[in-house]
Design a protein around this ligand. Structure first.
Ligand code: HEM
Length: 411
């Protein structure tokens, strides 16, 4: 393990660059195999990113929580050491400045603006609408007949429709939103590609903002326009960036969770059987799936604004550092037999939604969507099965959120 005083491996003349990050998952339902060794031998490890920059990764549960609650851990994407996993994300992020990649006091201002829409009470009131939308989407999938790509027909349709409904976006062009996130979240996209994709999204949102300014409705865009844009608390660009990150952050993660959870339930029929027998298990099951699958593993990217010590290792000021949520959520010091999927697990204080001031603002909505989407599927389509071979399932390795590109199913 690196001691606070020792030089990093890559400082030595002629030394090899540190190990490449991200590491790939062997099993889609577990963290990459390397995380277990890192947690024991090198819990704060130096890595080389796809951008060829170097950064640190943190894999222990306690260290991840400590880092994410440390005010010296900056989320400001404009800092040169920011460990973005793609050039496109780094450059476009610095230009559009989504509030997830800013620090207080700027971050606090935008977060406060959105918070009222995401309280437990507000989200609870959305349940009937979410259930109705999920039933409609499932009806359409069943009417079309199998085999069908479940990611497109169900997972993406549910997550996109719910976020569009919340914001008040009438045109549910599912493929358009999927493409925006696919391009802006891909490690292989250039800054121009990311800017173009986000530009298309901002164009659509700008039109809606103008309409709601004239004629407000009962939706989040109208509320933000009336309460914040009109009085001059935010500029048009800031409002568009805030709406854009809410759509992007909320869509891809939830799509991935619905698709991967379904694959896991298909692989392990005893799990949906438990849910059918006792539907009250659903909330605990959702949290267990969030922990096990940890789809937002490397979303929390930070820069040390000052030296930060974790597990006896100093991350020097200005270095990038990534809190690996799948590492934390599979830490055996925190979770008994972490690879076991246990819908009866108690004290499941996972960090699938992050931790600290940037902890997911949409987590109550995400839980609601997952509960309704999975419960409805398990109840209404007990004969759901894979269409094709298990190894034909297309896994998404190169995007900010781990997930599936395609999952062909029938029933
Ligand atoms: C299963 C689904 C989801 C997962 C796993 C997830 C995960 C996360 C994580 C890990 C963070 C923290 C990032 C960091 O620390 O840098 C985050 C932040 C965020 N999430 Fe989610 N998320 C999900 C669903 C949603 C939904 C449905 C929405 C909105 C509709 C949403 C909106 C946001 C926003 C706006 C932030 C930024 C918060 C801030 O910086 O203060 N997310 N999410």
């Amino acid at each position: 393990m690196t001691s606070p005083e020792s030089p990093t491996a890559s400082d030595a003349p002629g030394a090899l660059p540190p190990r490449a990050f991200p590491m790939r998952r062997g099993c889609p339902f577990a963290a990459p195999a390397e995380y277990a060794a890192l947690r024991t031998d090198e819990p704060v490890a130096r890595v080389t990113l796809p951008t060829k920059r170097e950064a640190w990764v943190v894999t222990r549960y306690d260290d991840v929580r400590e880092l994410l609650s440390d005010p010296r851990a900056s989320a400001d994407i404009r800092r040169p050491g920011f460990p973005a996993l793609g050039e496109g994300e780094q450059e476009a992020g610095a230009r559009f400045r989504p509030f997830i990649r800013t620090d207080a006091p700027e971050h606090t201002r935008y977060r406060r603006m959105l918070l009222p829409a995401f309280t437990v009470r507000r989200v609870r009131a959305m349940r009937p609408a979410v259930q109705a939308r999920v039933d409609e989407i499932l009806d359409a999938m069943l009417d079309a007949g199998g085999p069908v790509d479940f990611v497109t027909a169900y997972a993406n349709a549910v997550s996109t429709s719910v976020i569009c409904e919340l914001l008040g976006i009438p045109r549910h062009d599912l493929e358009f939103f999927r493409d925006v996130t696919r391009i802006s979240g891909s490690r292989n996209s250039t800054a121009e590609q990311v800017s173009e994709a986000l530009g298309g999204l901002f164009g659509l949102l700008a039109g809606l903002v103008a309409e709601r300014r004239e004629e407000p409705r009962d939706d989040l865009i109208s509320k933000l326009v009336t309460d914040h844009l009109v009085p001059g608390n935010v500029t048009m660009d800031q409002l568009l960036s805030t709406l854009g990150i809410t759509i992007n952050a909320g869509r891809e993660t939830t799509t991935s969770m619905i698709a991967l959870s379904t694959l896991l339930l298909l692989d392990r029929p005893e799990l949906p059987a438990q849910l059918r027998e006792d539907p009250s298990l659903m909330p605990a099951a959702v949290d267990e799936l969030l922990r096990v699958l940890s789809v937002a593993d490397s979303i929390p990217l930070r820069v040390a604004a000052e030296d930060i010590e974790l597990s006896g290792v100093t991350v020097p000021a200005d270095d990038g550092v990534i809190a690996l949520l799948a590492g934390a959520n599979h830490d055996p010091e925190q979770f008994d037999e972490p690879e076991r999927v246990d819908f009866h697990r108690t004290d499941n204080h996972h960090v699938a939604f992050g931790y600290g001031v940037h902890q997911c603002i949409g987590q109550h909505l995400a839980r609601l969507e997952l509960e309704v989407a999975l419960e409805t599927l398990v109840r209404r389509v007990p004969t759901l099965r894979l269409a094709g071979e298990r190894d034909q399932v297309v896994v998404k390795h190169d995007s900010a959120t781990f997930g599936l590109d395609e999952l062909m199913v029938t029933w």
